[in-house]
Design a protein around this ligand. Structure first.
Ligand code: X8Z
Ligand code: ZN
Length: 407
């Protein structure tokens, strides 16, 4: 009744370009990053094979249950298993947070103070009064983290069951990115109080979290000194297990849903088609036989909650573009002495100003204009993420020499 062919077409229509062009744009970006994913996949498969033996095929898909995450969307939890030689980054942020007795509230305070260091105002008092930070003992709540702007002005809140872990430390920055965006665009006319596109909303907090470098942890008193360049591969491998491993997952969810909405995937093939796409994009396989009695897509929050997912794929690409530009504004050269993965924009008012300018635009302009305001580019571009991981790509190529790539 709204004039769209199906729900997928409606979802794809929100990107200031023809819906079909947007689908092509995703393919283009995926083609740009796929070689890096293939290298990471081959390396991790080999390491898991060394540990678990033939259950991990030499040149087939990785059993999804060995990747340390119930959806195999973030492989950070196998970092100790796949680290080799000089590829350990040398510190454990979860252990550090625990040893400093940082509790849920403390974790959020660290997140907030990053944003204030860039020149943003502190969160309102009501944020601290009305948010949910810990899992209630007396009732069941949806613990999947979310950020809210209840009155579209400044009644900002998060709802998240925070544990003292590195993963949750990162996720808090992600959620606060939503809140600071929400407040930044609150002077826009009502209909423009939203992000330039949904990928932008998802990318802001992650962009900030890319600044959680060893050098930043030294400033917090979490590390006595930053590890030298010999730990760079370890740092990059760790990040790749989070960011590169996620890319095909971020893409396949809506490849599946678009086909479900269009009718191309019929109800009698829901689970089969799901695992076909898992295989095609991620190169992972289910741990045991599946059938249409199973509905594995339903185990991913966003599917029953009907939240579009391509946004997270976009955010994974965009955050590296944002980081590269903000790093420049902050005075990290970007090449030479301060590689991008060692650049923290913490305390940079210049970077903060640049970021705020873009956030304040809200949805008032096409996203291409918002992207231009922060990066000087009008296109989403995977060269930023490729450049960031270039030293790792080289290292992975060496590790993978003579070994099969792909599945
Ligand atoms: O759902 C989220 C956020 C809330 S917008 C916690 N994310 C995706 C997920 O968990 O699947 C963040 C990264 C991907
Ligand atoms: Zn989010």
């Amino acid at each position: 009744e709204l004039g769209f062919k199906d729900t997928g077409a409606m979802w794809r229509s929100k990107y200031d370009m023809p819906a079909d062009d947007f689908a092509k744009e995703l393919d283009r970006l995926w083609d740009q990053v796929r070689p890096l994913y293939l290298s990471l996949h081959a390396y991790v498969r080999n390491k898991l094979r060394e540990k678990y033996g033939d259950i991990v095929p030499a040149n087939g898909p990785i059993p999804a249950h060995l990747l340390g995450n119930i959806w195999a969307q973030d492989w950070s939890n196998v970092s100790k298993i796949v680290a080799a030689g000089n590829s350990d980054r040398g510190y454990d942020l979860t252990q550090i947070l625990k040893s400093k007795n940082v509790d849920a509230l403390g974790m959020v305070r660290y997140g907030e103070s990053f944003f204030t260091s860039l020149g943003f105002d502190p969160l309102p008092k009501t944020f601290w009064e009305r948010s949910l930070f810990v899992r209630p003992r007396d009732r069941d709540v949806v613990c999947h983290a979310s950020a809210w702007d209840i009155d579209t002005i400044d009644d900002l809140r998060i709802k998240m069951c925070i544990d003292t872990t590195e993963e949750d430390f990162t996720t808090i920055h992600h959620e606060l990115g939503h809140n600071f965006y929400q407040r930044a665009y609150n002077k826009q006319p009502f209909l423009f109080r939203d992000s330039a596109n949904d990928g932008f909303h998802e990318a802001i907090g992650d962009t900030i979290a890319l600044s959680i470098t060893p050098e930043y942890l030294v400033k917090l008193g979490f590390l006595p000194q930053a590890p030298d360049a010999s730990k760079d591969i370890g740092l990059l491998l760790n990040k790749a297990l989070e960011k590169i491993a996620f890319l095909p997952f971020g893409l396949m969810i809506d490849q599946w849903r678009w086909k479900v909405f269009s009718g191309e995937i019929t109800p009698d093939k829901y689970n089969e088609a799901w695992w076909q796409l898992r295989l095609k994009y991620q190169g992972v396989a289910p741990p045991n036989g599946r059938s249409e009695k199973d509905f594995d897509p339903g185990a991913k929050y966003h599917v029953p909650a009907n939240v579009p997912y391509a946004r997270y794929f976009l955010a994974d690409i965009l955050q590296f573009q944002f980081h590269r530009s903000l790093a420049q504004a902050a005075g990290c050269p970007g090449t030479g002495s301060t590689p991008l993965h060692r650049c923290s924009i913490y305390q940079s008012k210049e970077a903060g100003k640049k970021l705020a300018t873009m956030l304040e635009m809200g949805l008032n302009k096409p996203w291409q204009d918002a992207l231009f305001a922060i990066t000087g580019q009008r296109q989403m571009d995977a060269t930023a993420i490729r450049d960031y991981f270039a030293p790792l790509q080289k290292w992975l190529d060496e590790q993978n020499k003579g070994k099969p790539i792909g599945w």
